[in-house]
Design a protein around this ligand. Structure first.
Ligand code: C5P
Length: 330
């Protein structure tokens, strides 16, 4: 017997990078949103010892550097059980795409292995293992619309929004997240001759930018803020809420370092904008770019057109929390 779990992807509705911390991570503020695109992770635990990762995609490591491996190893150690664990990953999501695929695969492994072993972890242990393995894992223990703070690993469920049509375009380049953070640091490193107190250094790269993000999100949550003063026309309240949020200017900071390095990704953003999307953004550090659409039909047409023009794209929808959990284990 084995347990199969759908490992859904996420997009970032805005992402603000804050100061580099002493532990080498950057302080972050973001809103994660799960979407209906998924890999499938199948876990099998039998008598014996050892870990096996099976994946047809050569870019997925099959050793202890794999996030699934790291989660499974920590779980077995904490539960003090010995088993032969086989993890098969059916890849549909891009590798290094900014859609959190590796993190989601790892959380799917955790939930599947709990089932296989018939030993659920206490919630605090789930969260500890997830955040130890990576900053983007804990969001997948919540699902839906999630506020991320700290290095991204501190997660809080937000008001769950209904599903919104979405197109995810995946240019065929992989962006390394650590490299993107390093480029960000280079961009904001104090230039020779700059004085402490330089507004470029203090107000743009410091905590001010994150405070603005927090304030915007707070105002949005309080229902007081709309860019126009009125909810977006032609949308019901919940959809208007999501659009109002992304239009408040909580753009993704990674765009300013990723687009100059990979102009093709900027082109994909422009193509999505031309295809009628209401809002377009890079997800995480990329390379995936998503667009939010007014109707599923428009999203389907846009994805078809992009693909015809040589840009791989899929129409999907944002995945609210309840459906995230319901559809995870089919
Ligand atoms: O936590 P995760 O494994 O995803 O992080 C990978 C790398 O990305 C870190 O080693 C660090 O270089 C960078 N990172 C960062 N700030 C964050 C998250 C990740 O600098 N908030």
């Amino acid at each position: 017997m084995s347990t199969s779990v759908r490992s859904f992807a996420k997009i970032n509705l805005g992402l603000k990078i804050g100061p580099l911390r002493e532990d080498g991570f950057h302080e972050l503020r973001t809103i994660y949103q799960t979407i209906a695109l998924a890999d499938v992770v199948r876990v099998d635990a039998s008598k014996g010892v050892g870990l096996d990762i099976v994946c047809k995609d050569q870019r997925v490591p099959a050793d202890e550097s794999n996030t699934c491996w790291r989660v499974a190893e920590r779980m077995l150690r904490w539960l003090k059980v010995r088993r032969k664990v086989r993890i098969a990953i059916e890849k549909r999501l891009p590798v290094q795409g900014g859609l959190g695929a590796a993190s989601s695969n790892a959380v799917a492994t955790m939930l599947a292995l709990e089932k296989e072993l018939k030993q659920p972890l206490p919630p605090e242990e789930r969260l500890r293992i997830a955040s130890e393995v990576g900053s983007d894992l804990p969001l997948f223990l919540v699902g839906g619309t999630v506020l991320g703070t700290g290095r991204g690993e501190q997660v809080y469920p937000l008001e769950d929004l209904p599903s919104l049509p979405c197109v995810v375009a995946t240019p065929e380049v992989g962006v390394s997240t650590p490299a993107a953070f390093a480029d960000w640091d280079k961009q904001w490193t104090k230039p020779a001759g700059a004085k402490l107190g330089d507004p470029k250094l203090t107000s743009q790269n410091g905590s001010d930018r994150m405070n603005t993000f927090s304030r915007t999100v707070y105002e949005w949550l309080s229902g007081r803020f709309t860019p126009t003063g009125v909810p977006s026309k032609g949308w019901d309240r919940a959809e208007a809420l999501l659009l109002d949020l992304v239009r408040t200017g909580i753009e993704n900071d990674f765009e300013s370092v990723v687009f100059p390095k990979y102009p093709v990704i900027r082109e994909v953003k422009r193509a999505l904008e031309r295809s009628g999307a209401k809002y377009v953004s890079l997800s995480g550090s990329g390379s995936a770019v998503y667009g939010l659409f007014a109707s599923q039909e428009e999203a389907d047409n846009a994805a078809k057109k992009l693909t015809e023009n040589g840009i791989p794209a899929q129409a999907t929808a944002t995945l609210p929390r309840e459906r995230y959990w319901k559809e995870m284990i089919g």
